[in-house]
Ligand binder design. Structure first.
Ligand SMILES: Cc1ncc(COP(=O)(O)O)c(C=O)c1O
Length: 408
């Protein structure tokens, strides 16, 4: 059996956040017990929801449920104010200044599709190049495949190609959802600028975990999802340079995105509403506003240091196990660890860990090209957030050890 207990005991190390009191804010953890434990290590897929977010969503439905931007009565005005206040708070959370506008979307996937479609249709021509990395999540690859096909443009990948005058857009993942690698996106945006290319940052895995400042990153577009940062599902954001959003035609059409409509033509509302056709996800947007308040209260620098300490401990413990292979070794990394265990398929491992109340992801993590490169079809993945601690890591490694024993 694998020994997992030779490291310095976690008690001798300290964590920046008080996990016990933080977990008290999360009903899902409060509802579990020693007999029914829940060690949640699948935060790269989605995060848990604090009471403050649930309360904000509930308050909307129970106190002022009405549509936004069109209802001239108290509840409607309150809803509009709460929705727009959430936009402002989420925008300021990512440092979106005067040069950028923030559009509510369903999530990162929709935000990237919006740019690939609306910016792509306007700007991409035959022979143009779209530059990505090979570690993109499918949601920052497949929309560009479609756009490239329609425009006659081609996809290039940063490892094999360089920036050139043909490069029209560079769309890159900030933090890998497979390896946790934090890419130097500022360097990428500078290089892109030097050839006159537009930039998009897939920040689905970075905005929830790293202090983000759009102005400092100097990107044109940045996309992220609410459900990975303590917010509700079904809401996310596209932060885009206003000048570019102004030039783009709408992505979806219908109510609220128009200024005037006649039977044969229409004119558009201002940015950001031009890109928010139909009734938006009002409750979810308000919930996302509460989520960024919660994160800001704890402090993104503190959250990052907390996750870094838990991740470092996890890497040390997993490296001690000879049966475990860890994928990815970038010095700059976030709280995501992909690994495999000799002789145990990751799907089996996930099920065995689940018997001990431990949730990890198993699969290709929506990044099949990078899995092909690794020559594996799937890995297990543990990903951490502000409510995880050293005990969670100990439970994980102990459960891996007993899974190995079970499979032998
Ligand atoms: C790096 C990255 N980009 C994009 C996405 C897509 O996010 P969503 O499914 O919330 O649209 C994910 C989700 O896992 C991701 O990890």
């Amino acid at each position: 059996m694998t020994e997992t207990a030779t490291l310095e005991p976690p008690a001798a190390r300290t964590l920046p956040l008080d996990v016990e009191s933080t977990r008290n804010d999360f009903p899902i953890f409060r509802n579990r017990s020693v007999e029914n434990p829940f060690t949640y290590l699948d935060n790269a897929a989605t995060s848990q929801t604090p009471r403050q977010v649930v309360d904000a969503v509930e308050a909307y439905y129970t106190q002022y449920n009405a549509n936004v931007h069109r209802s001239i009565y108290a509840a409607g005005e309150e809803a509009t104010e709460a929705y727009e206040s959430a936009r402002e708070r989420v925008g300021s959370f990512i440092g979106a200044g005067d040069s950028h506008a923030v559009v509510f979307t369903r999530g990162t996937t929709e935000a990237i599709n919006l740019v690939a479609y609306a910016w792509g249709r306007l700007n991409l021509r035959e022979g143009d190049e779209i530059l990505l990395t090979e570690m993109e999540h499918h949601s920052n690859l497949v929309p560009w495949q479609l756009t490239a096909q329609q425009a006659g443009a081609s996809l290039r990948f940063i490892v094999e190609a360089c920036f050139s005058e043909k490069t029209r857009i560079v769309s890159v993942i900030h933090q890998s959802n497979v390896f946790g690698t934090i890419n130097n996106v500022h360097k990428i945006t500078s290089l892109a600028k030097s050839v006159g290319a537009v930039t998009l940052i897939d920040a689905a895995q970075s905005v929830p975990h790293l202090h983000t400042d759009v102005s400092a990153l100097d990107c044109d577009f940045l996309a992220f999802s609410g459900h990975k940062m303590l917010g509700p599902t079904g809401v996310g954001m596209l932060c885009g340079r206003t000048e570019l959003l102004d030039q783009m035609e709408p992505f979806l059409a219908g109510g609220e995105m128009i200024r005037t409509v006649s039977l044969d033509s229409s004119t558009w509302n201002d940015v950001p509403w031009k890109f928010e056709a139909g009734t938006p996800n009002i409750a979810q947007a308000i919930g996302l506003g509460a989520a960024v308040d919660y994160l800001s209260h704890l402090g993104m620098e503190t959250i990052h240091r907390h996750e870094a300490a838990v991740t470092e401990y996890a890497l040390e413990k997993l490296e001690e196990m000879p049966e475990v292979t860890i994928y990815g070794s970038a010095p700059e990394r976030g709280g995501v660890v992909a690994f495999n265990v000799d002789g145990v398929h990751p799907h089996d491992l996930s099920q065995l860990l689940d018997r001990d109340g431990i949730a990890v992801r198993a699969g290709h993590h929506c990044a099949q090209p990078i899995m092909d490169k690794l020559n594996v079809s799937a890995t297990a993945r543990a990903s951490f957030y502000l409510y995880n601690d050293f005990d969670d890591v100990d439970r994980l490694t102990e459960s891996i050890a007993s899974s190995l024993e079970f499979m032998s």
